[in-house]
Design a protein around this ligand. Structure first.
Ligand SMILES: NC(=O)c1ccc[n+]([C@@H]2O[C@H](COP(=O)([O-])OP(=O)(O)OC[C@H]3O[C@@H](n4cnc5c(N)ncnc54)[C@H](O)[C@@H]3O)[C@@H](O)[C@H]2O)c1
Ligand SMILES: CC(C)[C@H](C(=O)O)[C@@H](O)C(=O)O
Length: 448
């Protein structure tokens, strides 16, 4: 049993009064003694032994009609599997965890970070990029935070032992079939891109990439001999069900955005893409409010740099999505700015990771941009835990840091302040604290 935790406690902007604590054998008695008997019945539910690690919050609000109401909620400790991986991974993850610690402190969301070996680091330690212990931890966690894997050191290993195979194993074992990769141009970074500002202004798109099928996983695959010459082959395969499953996610995502969905394929040449298009067209009948268009992937690659504003939501297969999302990163200014969320079944752990790789060329030099990793953590707060307020606070902190002119070298432009990975993290933390304390003050003054 935990000990009484901050009782009573005033916090956050909206509730006029908040009690927050984790369970304690005497809690029930103390609460009643302090005159909060009206919640005793609810407490007897939340104090069930199975809920012993849960934090309990009881808040009194003044609602819109100016009447008082109370809400009882319990937030359990969220177990996060933390995979630092390789290259710049440990640097960007360390900064991201400090941001999450601040979120935890302010929003009173208990996180338990559990680090595990993954990728090249795991190969060095135990010869396997995705060890069974790491897999177990990920499956038992509420979410997985991943930095990045890979590097020159492991490039010549047999395929099965490579860090990239570990990443595919992670996605497959958690059944993460939907990968959301948003690319939103920040006004402050418009000069960091190699493209013209007038092309970039207002770009806000998301690539919905299928993540557990396609040529990445299709069988047969390999390298073998044919007429005494070697041939290499992979198999681009999609079943109807797989296309329908990712199609549904994409239509739903489009519905929450500007209701425009562009399905990207290569149906002029590939049978697998012909099936893809047929399934998406048939599914569209269930989404009459969504404007559906189709584009061949070669054209889409060109249109993304010619006129990216035409896109809202893009849905595509694993391989095309990999390439197009890297391309989209240059709209924003750098790969170091693109976060992602890989999601599977509802209530199962997702993986939240930047789109970029381990950047071995700058690893260990404090040059990495940690913002994609921090923004991936913000996606975790929103998509895995529905903590929209906390997620927005992190996004706003990143926005403010950019507004103040801090830049890592990948997004540097004249007149801005060049900082390293650590300092960028400290600036985000500082802005996050400022945002939170200003909200606290606003709440305080509105009570007076
Ligand atoms: N999800 C992943 O973990 C992932 C994704 C892509 C590539 N990889 C692996 O990463 C390794 C390197 O691959 P690559 O060089 O093709 O791609 P990369 O994304 O690692 O790097 C491409 C370029 O972008 C720069 N860059 C990337 N992230 C950055 C950041 N946060 N801040 C500043 N600059 C950044 C790098 O310095 C490099 O110049 C390979 O082993 C590859 O397989 C892993
Ligand atoms: C490293 C590799 C397996 C991975 C992919 O191709 O999916 C990467 O490029 C990504 O985009 O996450």
């Amino acid at each position: 049993m935990g000990k009484l935790f901050g009782f009573p406690k005033m916090n956050r902007s909206h509730p006029i009064e908040t009690l927050s604590f984790v369970q304690h054998p005497n809690m029930f008695r103390r609460v009643v003694k302090r005159g909060f008997g009206s919640i005793a019945r609810q407490l007897s539910y939340w104090t069930h032994p199975h809920r012993s690690s849960e934090r309990i919050e009881w808040r009194r609000f003044i609602n819109k009609k100016n009447t008082r109401c109370s809400v009882m909620s319990a937030s359990s400790t969220k177990r996060l599997a933390v995979l630092e991986g390789d290259g710049i991974g440990p640097e960007i993850m360390s900064v991201t965890l400090s941001v999450l610690e601040e979120v935890s402190r302010h929003f009173q969301i208990p996180f338990k970070f559990e680090k595990a070996l993954f990728g090249g680091a795991a190969i060095d330690e135990c010869g396997d990029p995705f060890p069974a212990q790491t897999q177990k931890l990920c499956l038992e966690s509420d979410a997985v935070l991943l930095a990045c894997i890979g590097g020159y050191k492991w490039d010549s290993l047999p395929r099965k032992q490579r860090p990239e195979t570990g990443l595919l194993g992670l996605r497959k074992s958690l059944q993460l079939f939907a990968n959301l990769r948003p690319a939103k141009v920040f006004d402050q970074l418009i000069d960091s891109s190699t493209l013209k500002p007038e092309v970039l202004k207002g770009v806000d798109l998301v690539v919905v990439r299928e993540l557990t099928g396609d040529v990445y996983f299709g069988e047969p695959k390999g390298i073998s001999l044919q007429n005494s010459k070697r041939i290499g082959y992979n198999n681009m395969i999609y079943s109807e069900d797989e296309v329908e499953r990712i199609g549904r996610v994409a239509f739903e995502v489009a519905r929450l955005r500007n209701r425009r969905l562009c399905s990207v394929d290569k149906s002029n040449v590939l049978d697998v893409s012909q099936l893809w298009r047929e399934v998406i067209v048939s599914l569209s009948k269930e989404y009459p409010d969504i404007e559906l268009s189709h584009m061949y992937v070669d054209n889409a690659a060109m249109q993304l740099v010619r006129n990216p504003r035409q896109f809202d939501t893009i849905v595509t297969g694993n391989l095309f999505g990999d390439i197009l999302s890297d391309e989209a990163s240059m709209l924003v200014g750098s790969l170091g700015m693109l976060p992602s969320a890989s999601l599977g079944k509802p209530n199962s752990p997702g993986v939240f990771e930047p789109v970029h790789g381990s950047a071995p060329d700058i690893a260990g030099q404090d040059k990495a941009n940690p913002l994609a990793c921090i923004l991936s953590a913000a996606m975790m707060l929103k998509y895995q835990f529905q903590l929209d307020e906390a997620s927005h606070a992190v996004e706003r902190a990143v926005y403010r840091v950019l507004e103040k002119g801090y830049r890592t070298s990948d997004i540097m432009s004249p007149g801005k302040t060049l900082v390293g990975c650590k300092e960028m993290g400290e600036q985000v933390l500082k802005q996050l604290q400022l945002i939170q304390s200003s909200e606290f003050q606003t709440a305080g003054s509105s009570k007076r």
